[in-house]
Design a protein around this ligand. Structure first.
Ligand SMILES: [Zn+2]
Length: 202
C-alpha cells in the first residue's frame, strides 16, 4: 500500500496510484471522476500552508478518511476531494497547537466513556432516585456536562469541514460529502446528552 506524503496527490503518478489502489472500492464517497479536484484541493491547501506538503499519506481502502496527529499522517480510502480536504483541515489545526490537540484528546476520552455509561447511568437514576425533582436535576447536570465534553470534538469536526469547503473547487460536492458525515458525528457525540434528557420523560 502506498506510503508517502500528501504532496504526491499533486503529481500525475501519485494520483494514478491513488485511483489504482481504490478502483475496487464501492462507496458513496468514492468518486474517481473527481480525481482532478483532489489534486486542486491539495494544491490549494499547500499554496496557503506550505508546511502541509509533508503530512504523511496512507491509502487504505475501506476507510473514508482520518488524520493521526501523533504520527502526522492522513489516511484516505476513497477518491474524494472533500474527504482529503477535511483531513488536511484537521492536520492544519492540530499540527499548529499541541495543547489544543491534548485538550481534544482528553475530551474525546471522557466523551467515549460517557457514550458507554450514559444508558446504564440514566436507567439506574430512574431506578434508585425516587424523588422526581432530584432526579431531573441530576439528569440535567449530566446532560449539560455531556454536551460540554462533546463540544470540542464537534467544533474541530466543523472547523475541518469549513477548511475543506474553502479549498475544494466544487462546493456542492463537498456539502454532499461532509454534511451527512457531520450530522452522523454530531448525533453520536450528543447521544448521552439526549439520553439524559430522555431520562426525565420515560
Ligand atoms: Zn474529522
Amino acid at each position: 500500500m502506498a506510503n508517502g506524503t500528501i504532496k504526491q496527490l499533486t503529481t500525475p503518478e501519485g494520483l494514478s496510484a491513488l485511483s489504482d489502489s481504490l478502483s475496487d472500492v464501492s462507496s458513496y464517497y468514492n468518486e474517481p471522476e473527481n480525481l482532478a479536484a483532489v489534486k486542486q484541493t491539495v494544491q490549494s491547501f499547500i499554496r496557503d500552508n506550505p508546511d502541509l506538503a509533508n503530512v504523511g499519506l496512507k491509502i487504505r481502502p475501506g476507510i473514508h478518511g482520518a488524520y493521526h496527529p501523533k504520527d502526522d499522517y492522513a489516511i484516505t480510502g476513497v477518491v474524494n476531494p472533500a474527504v482529503v480536504g477535511h483531513e488536511l483541515g484537521h492536520a492544519k489545526n492540530l499540527r499548529k497547537a499541541r495543547l489544543y490537540n491534548k485538550i481534544l484528546q482528553a475530551a474525546r476520552g471522557v466523551a467515549n466513556v460517557n457514550n458507554v455509561v450514559a444508558l446504564p447511568a440514566m436507567l439506574s437514576l430512574r431506578a434508585f432516585v425516587d424523588d422526581e425533582n432530584t432526579r431531573n436535576e441530576v439528569l440535567n447536570i449530566l446532560s449539560g456536562a455531556s454536551a460540554a465534553v462533546a463540544a470540542p470534538g464537534l467544533v474541530e469536526e466543523l472547523s475541518a469541514s469549513i477548511e475543506a469547503m474553502k479549498h475544494t473547487p466544487d462546493k456542492w460536492q463537498a456539502t454532499k460529502t461532509l454534511g451527512p458525515a457531520f450530522l452522523q458525528h454530531a448525533a453520536h457525540a450528543l447521544m448521552p446528552t439526549a439520553l439524559y434528557q430522555l431520562g426525565k420523560h420515560i
